[in-house]
Ligand binder design. Sequence first.
Ligand SMILES: O=C1C[C@@](O)(C(=O)O)C[C@@H](O)[C@@H]1O
Length: 255
Amino acid sequence: MISKILRIKHVSIGEGIPKIIIPLVGQTRDRIMQELASALDLQPDAIEWRLDAFQNSNDFAAVQEMMALLHERLADKLLIVTFRSKDEGGEKEISKADYVALNKWIIHTNQADFIDVEWSAGEKIVQELVASAKANAVRVIMSSHDFNGTPDKSELVARLRQMQTYGADIPKIAVMPRCQADVLTLLEATEEMNRKYADRPMITMAMGGLGAISRLCGEVFGSAMTFGVGQTASAPGQIPVKELRQALAVIHDRL
Ligand SMILES: O=C1C[C@@](O)(C(=O)O)C[C@@H](O)[C@@H]1O
């Protein structure tokens, strides 16, 4: 049985206060390093490098150089590397073949703690990347984004369960709520998944202003990590890290 707590370096994901991830969305090396410096001042648990925002994301040598720089500066913080495709809210289009090649390159640098693999890439690609990551001791956050709405609770739970079946270390779902009830749907799916099926940590959120509450209450319903803003948000509804940390503590202290 896989534990619901995932321990990597000194971080216990799935235990206590949800862990804070700060995304880096700069286009250039200098901008990314500047974002990193101010992000580290905020003492997150993890950094997400949004590789799709990097202007040289198709140049493997440049990507490798960035990985080495990030790795060196991060010390004990976890590094998540994400190429978010255009369809799921990212900056760039990418072919399936390039998506696989780029993620395998990241895996082989041996400097990422996690890669993000999009569930929508389909079973074959997802399983290929999971196998490659596992063989190299890299973990997989498997993600799914609905920028246009919120699927039913049963669909959300089914997706999270399928991600577990596909070997995700951390299943993740982000939806766009159109009304308050959609936020409740996301939270209900999280609660049901956590209570009935989850055998590992997961991450869920409703995006946008309506969904911001879902970025705060993960410890109550079962979302183990939350994305907060360092210098620039990577998705709508993210909360600046200082406020986020305070709100997480308010909830934690009462549980
Ligand atoms: O998948 C996610 C979640 C996210 O979309 C959010 O809504 O916080 C932000 C992205 O950077 C990250 O890759």
